[in-house]
Design a binder for this molecule. Sequence first.
Ligand code: SF4
Ligand code: SF4
Length: 652
Amino acid sequence: MSGTVIAFIIVFVLAVAFFVYSCYRRFGLVLKGRPDNRFNAIPRRFWNMLYYAFGQRRVVKKPFGINHFVLFWAFMILLVSNTEFLLNGLFPSLSFSNLPDGAYFTLALIFDIMSLLALLAVVLAVIRRLFFPPPYVEARSRDAFIILGLVAGLMIAFFGLNACEIAGGVDRAGAYMPVANLVAGWLPAGAAGLDTAANVLWWIHAVILLSFLNYLPYSKHMHVLTSIPNCFFKSLDKINTQGREEFKKGNTFGVGQVAQFPWKGLFDSYSCTECGRCSDNCPATFTGKSLQPRLVIHDIKMNLLETGKKDAKELPLIGGEGEGSVSEDVIWQCTTCGACMEVCPVFIEHVPRIVDMRRNLVEMKSKFPDELLTLFENMEQRSNPWGIAPAERTKWAADITVPSYEAGKTDYLFYVGCAGAFDARNRKTTLSLAKIFDKSGISWGTLGRDEMCCGDSVRRLGNEYVFDTMAQANVKMFKEKGVKKIITQCPHCFSTLKNDYKQYGVELEVVHHTELINQLIHDGKIKLNPAAELGNVVYHDSCYLGRYNGIFDAPREVISAATGQAPAEMARNRDKGFCCGAGGGRMWMEEKEGSLINVARVEEALKQNPDTVCVACPYCMTMFDDGLKDKEASEKVQVLDLAEIVAKALGD
Ligand code: SF4
Ligand code: SF4
């Protein structure tokens, strides 16, 4: 065995041992998290991994993502070449050069081209960081440049080594390695010293490769190791609800220490690529608030790493200053709109983590913004956010006759919702819906004063105890009254009854009015005469209807049928829609930092010169009304619910 081989074996064993140790330390910390079963439905998970991680589906949605796609695949293919390189160093007789010419030359060509593509991708990434940086400073961090430098060094050493071997007549694949061959042409053929140069470059390549491997677990590029499995472990269902808590004596609630997150939440934090897509799409970040979902995930990682150190100093997860701690303001600024999760290329679950921390603040520490105290009391005592007497739930129907829901006789329960029942503006939507139902001849009825709030806001605000009580009472009532099919006008009621209540053992067929109306039009049960006076209509996607439940087409089809033309689209629409600012319980809170989210959305709508803004959510209605007043545009632009537009097109 030659001295070089012995030296390499020592270097290799030390490097691999240190890498295994680093991974053991890092991944050992993840196992401190709560159990979370992500090992079911293996074939589906495997497919997700192929589709999203290897297919880079979400990465390439951004133009510069193509560069990452190239780098990713070059990296994957060169993994084969680098594995052979390391094995050849340990066992010199193991080499691709022992393969028949055809196979060897093909591999040589592929590796040569891939190395060039990787090098070009690195150069582009450096140029981008230097001259067109993303709007956050870490994109230009030392860490980022070290990794890019290591990859570039690896490619340069690869070309240098092969060029020396081609020029020295050692490698017979020269003609099939265009780049290395080009470099070889610059070297003096057969010159003394080529051997030594090749040896030096071989060692440089080996050291960079092993250094790269060992640097990964300590850098932001840990995602190179974790993002592929993170796509495997991604939630199989759309994340449109939060997990149920068990209210037993001695239990703790929510997450106040990092190890109380489920292990997947901790693994997520290792998988963040720091691409910034989540923050770019976050309405809170956009309006200048402290919340940046990217930093929430980063802080969870820093907290975990810090807490995992021997003799670690106490680093609070919530409320501390600086890295590794999430401020309380940040936790309350989220509208739970889900835009961050929709764009994250590695399926990080931001919203459940934020709600986990809200739960801890509310349920363990009784710490929440003052304005929520009244809301929580109203919900608990009168089952509506305003604390209005339940008898007033039927006031909206003072001038009409509304059928009561009767088990076995009525098909649909019309779940009016608190906003639809109590809020003066939204009562008009409710009346429009009643008119549409009557015209269509469907069998519908309401619960009248027995209806209670679904509990959406309290759940998103982390008051899980109150939500749990409300959900149990509602489910009990639905079961007693034999309710199976529900129509809602509020996307928050819709999503909560449809998705959250499953956790309470009831499968309801819940339909949002946008879908039902669309169906009624298709079935010919209602006939519309396009109402021309609405002018240019722009449609706003409610997050809990669109992004959370995939209802994008139905409202657009209804607008087309009711106005004779497709709605105008704002720059951010459908799954990229921008929150109105009221979700996640934010409806009941002031925005104390930055500018107002609803005003930002109204400004976006005004760019389309609308005469009418069409919404399909009572919260969006309020936010747009307020935003248009703020922009002094409410004289020129009206806000109507989709149901109101349809009611107009129905005539009298
Ligand atoms: S859910 Fe919406 S508001 Fe909350 S962090 Fe994500 S993008 Fe921002
Ligand atoms: S959480 Fe996802 S979207 Fe946000 S920076 Fe990390 S990888 Fe990018």
